[in-house]
Each structure stands twice: as structure tokens, then as C-alpha cells.
Design a protein around this ligand. Structure first.
Ligand SMILES: Nc1ncnc2c1ncn2[C@@H]1O[C@H](COP(=O)(O)OP(=O)(O)OP(=O)(O)O)[C@@H](O)[C@H]1O
Ligand SMILES: [Mg+2]
Length: 334
């Protein structure tokens, strides 16, 4: 259960087409992440799958059955939103049990499912509390709990962590990944945070203006981006993209080299530059290098204890076999 197929799906708001014809298959049990810049259509696509928006044309199939005209409540999918609308006057237990009560399950069946969900989500000790007495992360887990008990064919998450602080985001990211490992239910997860995408996904769908730019595993996208857009989007800090004569030497319109694939030396190397801002993260240092004549800034990753100062002249050496080449059409050249 939980295979979802989009077949030439389009969406127009008035005259504006936000999703041009789009084909995508999400396999049973997969963790798929939709990423892309703000406004590219991630939420729209998720809402189309959920049935919260009607497609303008095309077909959505769930487990092989045409679901295009099926209302959201009958699709067997659970949507977890960024703002987790819990009932403030109800305990955690009642919040999680709510959909089961609505479905008319017996008290015993409700209890059994609530306890199972609470155990998976580490909420067993909080069942009698009200949402107001919980942290943001705990509330998020209650919202997920309310979806789990319905045993959906797939979970749909729209930026569920964006209200949380950085540390909690990392925690919840791991928890959702663990949840996926234990439930093995299809999950579709929308984010514009490419670190979330890289760490959580089996498959990443990179969107731009409603178009799928590339679909693939995190490392596939990192190692072989199909075009300059994906090259610049996946990876943090971003891949350095260089045009002009340096690219022409490699028979390309654009060459790309990631910050981690450039060596830095005070005495020798291929490109000469000057250190601008340095970001010392402890484990790594990112140097922003200027005056190379290649691009405004070349970002380089070095070890944690490299001592170079603002204004120092340095030399950079790209690893030849880690260089990406792109043509005038922006597409990768192999
Ligand atoms: N109900 C609507 N009516 C008209 N236009 C809409 C509607 N909903 C979304 N849009 C437009 O569709 C496009 C895609 O919006 P969507 O919310 O899917 O983007 P997104 O990728 O989720 O962005 P974000 O990362 O900011 O959440 C945007 O240009 C948006 O303005
Ligand atoms: Mg959105």
C-alpha cells in the first residue's frame, strides 16, 4: 500500500499555470522529499495529492486506482501541517484518539492504537497533558500521532519542522526518519531545506516553477546534478559555478566545483585569490575567496584548524575528477 502516481497532472490558478504537465511515481514505502525555492509549487503538489486542491487535468492514482475525484477524507492519506492544529482543551490522549472516536471505534480499540502510537512517538508519559503544557516538538509529535492511528497509506508533510528551533529541527528530523524506518509507510515530505532533503530522503524531487528538474537519490543528485539549477540547489554551501574562459578551457559554458573539492594552500595552486570572510565551524572552515577572476566569490571548505586570515593571498586547486561541466543549455555534459 502507498504507491502514488501522478499522470500528466497540471494545476492552474485562474490563468496561471503553476504545475505544467507532471509525471511522477512514488513507490510503496518510499520517503520522497519535494524541494525547491519558495513558490515553485511544492505545497500545491502535495495538496493535489491530498485532494485539498483539484487537478486542472491529468490523473492521480493511489495503489493503481484512480483517486483524482476522490475527496481528501477518502484517499487514506494523512496530511501533517506546519501549524499543528491540536485541540487545546483535550488531553494528548484525546487528541490522538480523536479520529478514532470520529470513526466510531470502541474505547478498547481506541486505547490500543493510542498506546501504540504514543510508544512509537515517545509520548507515553505525556498522555494526560494538554497541548499547552508541551514543547513545540512534543506538540508536533502529537499531531503525527493523530495521523498514525488512522494507519494511512501515506503521510504527507508540508514543512512540518519550520516552526521549531534549530536543535529541535535536527531532533525531529531524526525522529521522523526513525518513524519511517519503523512504520515503513510511504512519506512525502515538503521542505525548502536541502539539508533535510539530503538526510531524510530515499528520493528527492527538485522542483522549479512547477517543473521537475531532477528526481533521484540524495547522492545521485549531489554527484551528478542534471543541470546548473540542481547543481546550485543541492549541497551546502553551494557548488561554485564558474563561467567564462576558465569554463571554456574545459569545453563548457559553466563548470561547477564544490567547496569540499578545492584544495587551499598559502604557497601554490591553480587559482590565485584573496581570503575574504572565514566561517569557523569547529569541524570545518569555509573560506570565501575573492579576486580569483573566476567568480565574485569562490567558497572553499577546509579543515577546522586552518589558520588563514582575512586578506591573505592563497592558492586554490580544484580536484580535476570532481569537476562538473554544463553546456549553454544548462545541462550536464558527461
Ligand atoms: N490558491 C491560490 N491561488 C492562486 N495562486 C496560488 C494559490 N496557491 C498557490 N498559488 C501560487 O502557486 C505557486 C506555487 O505555490 P506553492 O504554495 O505551491 O509554493 P511552495 O513551493 O509551497 O512555496 P513555499 O516554499 O513558499 O511554501 C505560487 O506562485 C503561488 O503564488
Ligand atoms: Mg509551501
Amino acid at each position: 500500500m502507498g504507491q502514488i502516481t501522478l499522470d500528466k497532472v497540471t494545476k492552474k490558478f485562474g490563468d496561471v499555470q503553476v504545475i505544467p504537465p507532471l509525471d511522477l511515481t512514488i513507490e510503496e514505502g518510499e520517503f520522497v522529499v519535494f524541494v525547491g525555492p519558495s513558490g515553485c509549487g511544492k505545497s500545491t503538489l502535495l495538496r493535489l495529492i491530498a485532494g485539498l486542491e483539484d487537478v486542472s487535468s491529468g490523473q492521480i492514482r493511489i495503489d493503481g486506482k484512480d483517486a483524482t475525484a476522490i475527496p481528501p477524507s477518502k484517499r487514506g492519506l494523512a496530511m501533517v501541517f506546519q501549524s499543528y492544529a491540536l485541540y487545546p482543551h483535550m488531553s494528548v490522549r484525546k487528541n490522538i484518539a480523536f479520529p478514532l472516536r470520529m470513526a466510531g471505534l470502541s474505547k478498547e480499540e481506541q486505547d490500543k492504537k493510542v498506546m501504540a502510537a504514543a510508544s512509537v512517538l515517545n509520548l507515553t508519559d505525556y498522555l494526560e497533558r494538554k497541548p499547552g503544557q508541551l514543547s513545540g516538538g512534543q506538540r508536533q509529535r502529537v499531531a503525527i500521532g493523530r495521523s498514525i492511528v488512522r494507519e494511512p497509506a501515506a503521510f504527507l508533510f508540508d514543512e512540518p519542522l519550520s516552526n521549531l528551533d534549530a536543535a529541535l529541527r535536527v531532533n525531529m528530523r531524526l525522529e521522523i526518519s526513525e518513524l519511517h524506518n519503523s512504520l515503513k509507510t510511504t512519506m512525502i515530505y515538503v521542505t525548502h531545506d536541502q539539508v533535510e532533503a539530503m538526510t531524510m530522503a530515499d528520493k528527492i524531487v527538485v522542483l522549479r516553477a512547477g517543473n521537475i528538474e531532477q528526481v533521484g537519490g540524495p547522492l545521485e543528485l549531489y554527484q551528478r546534478p542534471r543541470n546548473t539549477f540542481v547543481a546550485g540547489f543541492i549541497g551546502s554551501p553551494k557548488m561554485n559555478l564558474i563561467e567564462g574562459t576558465e569554463a571554456a578551457k574545459h569545453n563548457a559554458k559553466t563548470i561547477g566545483i564544490r567547496p569540499e573539492h578545492i584544495g587551499i594552500s598559502p604557497t601554490e595552486g591553480t587559482w590565485k585569490g584573496r581570503i575574504g570572510v572565514s566561517e569557523h565551524l569547529g569541524s570545518d572552515t569555509f573560506f570565501h575567496v575573492h579576486d580569483t577572476g573566476l567568480a565574485d566569490t569562490i567558497t572553499v571548505r577546509a579543515g577546522g584548524e586552518v589558520n588563514l586570515r582575512h586578506g591573505n593571498t592563497i592558492y586554490l586547486t580544484p580536484e580535476a575528477d570532481k569537476m562538473h561541466r554544463f553546456g549553454a543549455d544548462g545541462l550536464r555534459i558527461d
